[in-house]
Every structure is written in C-alpha cells, then in structure tokens.
Design a protein around this ligand. Structure first.
Ligand SMILES: *Cc1c(COP(=O)(O)O)cnc(C)c1O
Length: 410
C-alpha cells in the first residue's frame, strides 16, 4: 500500500466497481468519491464515451512499442493537446506517469542547455511546499522539509527550494537567486496556482506571472507541473492560462485520461524543441519508456478531450466553486480550523494539526463519502460532473465530521 505503515494501518477498503461519482464496496455500500481518485476522474468513472473508445481501441491494439512506430491515437492526441495548450507548447512526449513526466522535463531542460553548448547548468529551483512526484529526480524538487526527503536524505540530487514569491521581499529574493546562479540553473519548477500534495496552497496569477517574467529576464527555463491543475480543475482548462503565461515546458497527467488508465505527457515549446533538432545523434532526447504513448491510454485521453469539447465542464467547475465556498464556510468558525479556501473545484479546510487520522477517515466512510485528510488538510477534489446534491453531501460531511473531530482531542 502507498505511503503506509502496513503493520498498523487499518485494512484497506475493498472496492468492487465504480460508476459515475460512486465507489461501490464489497460490503454493498457505495461512497461518493470526494477526491476523484487523486484529481484524475474528472468526468466521473466509467463514462460511456470513454469506455466505448477504449473498447474499440482494445480490439484494434492495446499496445505497441513506440520506438520506430507511430499510431493514430498518439498522433491525434498530440495534435489536440498542442491545439488547446497556450502559445507554441506544441511538442509532446508521452510517458506513463506524472513523476516520469517530471523526470522527462528535467532531462529535457538539462539537454536543452547542453545541446546549446552550456554544460554548467545542472540544478533546478523549486518552491517551499512543492510536490513534484515520487521518483528520485522528482523527489529532489519536493519541499525538503515537508516531503519524503527525510527517508532519502543525501542520496537525492541537491536542488534549491525558495519561498514562493508571494510578496515583494520574496520576489526580490527569487529574482536575486536567478541573477546570481543563472549560469548553474537549468530550470524553475512550479505547480501553477495550486500546490497539491505539499499542502493544498494557492497563489495568485500575479505571483505566477512574476515567476515567469523573472525566468524570462534571466534566461532560465520555466517548467509548469500541471499534473494536478490541468484539465479544468482550477476553473480554466490549464492553470497557466489565468496568468496568461506560456511556460517553456509543461507536464500533464492525472486527468489526462480522465483517470481511466495511466498516461502522462511532457510538452515543450518550439524553442525548446529546436535545441534537439540537429544532425548530431548525441543531441537526441535520451528517454523512451516501454509503454510510451500506450494506444489504449491515448484513446481514453482523446475521448476525454471530446467530452471537454461537448459538455460544459468549465461551467460546472464555476458552479462547484460557488457551492464549495458556501458549503465549507461554516468550517471557518470551528475550533482547530485555521483556514478554509477554495479555488475552482478544490475545497480545503486546513486545521492546526491532523490527529486521529484513521478515525477521521472512518467517520467519512460511515457517512457515505470518500474523503482522505492528509498533512494538515481535509479537502475535496470531486469529479467535475458531481451533482449539486452529491456535492452538498460531501461538504455537509466535512462540516459535521470536522466538528466531531475537533472535540476528540479535548
Ligand atoms: C500527482 C503529481 C505528480 C506525480 O504524478 P504520478 O502520476 O503520481 O507519478 C507530480 N506532480 C504533481 C503536482 C502531482 O500532483
């Protein structure tokens, strides 16, 4: 089990099937999924359109190697992603998980400078409370004080973690760091607008724009990790749109296939791509996962994009945002709650410190909802198709259970 002391953890809940916003349990109960399986099931589960596309694809070809081979599901998907991503983010490299998409972005940035004859640029900057994945390269970009660093310590690559430039002083520090260290920097990684697993923290489009401007001014690549924020979650198709910026590299995953099957993508601008376009085999991008551009996953992702085109998902996100604000507001007055915040289809109740976690999670299951508090947050990232009464059941559960929980410790 993930991130789990298996000796002491409660028995995991047996799920037999999923449908719409529901997880169906082996004991006959069903839970409304308040997490959309870690941000991914944006159209709910088992959507008939995605299922049909996957059935067709599995009959034709579920997988073929991507070395020296191409196929329609991949080339169509790459074209469609390029068309909806901002600016000239047009060059797509597929992989099988978000962490690997981040590793590919790191390698792309390193080789970008190397291919231009600049061999000194080997380090990255990321921000306090960042989370960029679980593989060793991606881990080195996570907040060193709030992540799994403690378990791996000196074995990790050494990067620089800076406070998010939310105010003038932090912006000056960020700018100053880029100015002094640009000759050793290969890129700046940011989770645009919402930092996910490192604490569900939000920043403004102005902060994101300021990061982008500083990177451009000092000639350091900006890499946007949209693994969690991509595909409508923050109210726009991609979070970077709200700051009107075009990062040099952007990572996608999670909701890319609407949670149907694993797939991720690292997308580069034309300028980054050009640094690899050469007669020298040594300047090729040195990466190639076995299941790269898996046709079944690409077909699911294409069907998910159809749904974003045909159905009013972003309007649904705006409605979810209003309902989350209204529904979670009563938490603000509960003991031990330090903040309530909402952005798009993300609702967060931050508490002073999370204790009785297993009992808390069980209390949600007993109320028919799937919500898993972690860190210092009790949060919702529901499927974007959640109905008003289902969403109300989720927010009412958070208000009631958080109130009970606050009394457990006194
Ligand atoms: C989930 C996530 C990742 C890692 O993706 P996996 O598919 O779990 O490897 C990286 N960055 C962010 C911001 C994420 O939310």
């Amino acid at each position: 089990m993930p991130y789990c002391q298996m000796k002491t953890a409660p028995t995991p809940i047996a799920v037999t099937h999923t449908e719409g916003v529901y997880l169906h349990l082996a004991d006959g109960r069903r839970l409304i999924d308040g997490l959309a399986s870690w941000w991914s099931a944006c159209h709910g589960y088992n959507h008939p359109h995605i299922r049909a596309a996957m059935h067709r694809q599995i009959d034709a070809m579920s997988h073929v190697m991507f070395g020296g081979v191409n196929h329609e599901p991949a080339s169509n998907l790459a074209r469609r992603l390029a068309a909806i991503l901002p600016g000239d983010l047009d060059r797509v490299f597929f992989s099988d998980s978000g962490s690997v998409a981040v590793e590919v972005a790191m390698k792309m940035a390193l080789q970008y400078y190397r291919n231009r004859g600049d061999r000194g640029r080997t380090r990255f900057v990321s921000f306090a409370n960042a989370y960029h994945g679980d593989t060793t390269g991606a881990m080195s970009l996570c907040d060193p004080d709030r992540s799994m660093h403690a378990a791996f310590g000196a074995a990790l690559l050494q990067q620089t973690s800076l406070p998010l430039p939310n105010d003038a002083a932090a912006l000056e520090r960020f700018d100053d760091h880029l100015s002094r260290h640009r000759s050793e920097l290969a890129g700046v990684f940011v989770e645009p607008l919402v930092q996910g697993a490192g604490g569900m923290r939000f920043h403004s489009p102005q902060t994101l724009a300021a990061i982008s401007e500083a990177c451009a001014r000092h000639g350091v690549l900006l890499i946007a990790d949209e693994l969690a924020t991509g595909f409508g979650r923050t109210g726009t198709m991609f979070a970077v749109e709200q700051a009107q910026i075009v990062p040099d590299i952007l990572c996608l995953g999670k909701a890319l296939t609407a949670g149907a099957v694993g797939l991720a993508a690292t997308v580069a601008t034309e300028r980054v791509f050009r640094a690899f376009w050469s007669d020298d085999p040594g300047s090729a991008l040195m990466h190639g996962p076995t299941f790269m551009a898996n046709p079944l996953a690409c077909a699911a992702a294409g069907a998910s994009l159809d749904l974003f085109e045909r159905e009013p998902r972003l309007e649904q996100v705006a409605k979810i945002e209003r309902e989350l604000r209204r529904g979670l507001e009563p938490c603000r007055h509960l003991p031990r709650v330090v903040d309530v915040r909402v952005k798009g289809a993300i609702g967060v109740v931050q508490v002073d410190s999370l204790d009785h976690v297993d009992r808390l999670r069980q209390a949600f299951v007993d109320r028919g909802v799937w919500i898993r508090p972690f860190g210092d947050c009790i949060y919702l990232t529901p499927p974007l198709v959640v109905a008003p009464d289902q969403l109300r059941q989720l927010t009412e559960a958070i208000v009631a259970v958080t109130e009970q929980w606050a009394a457990w410790s006194v």
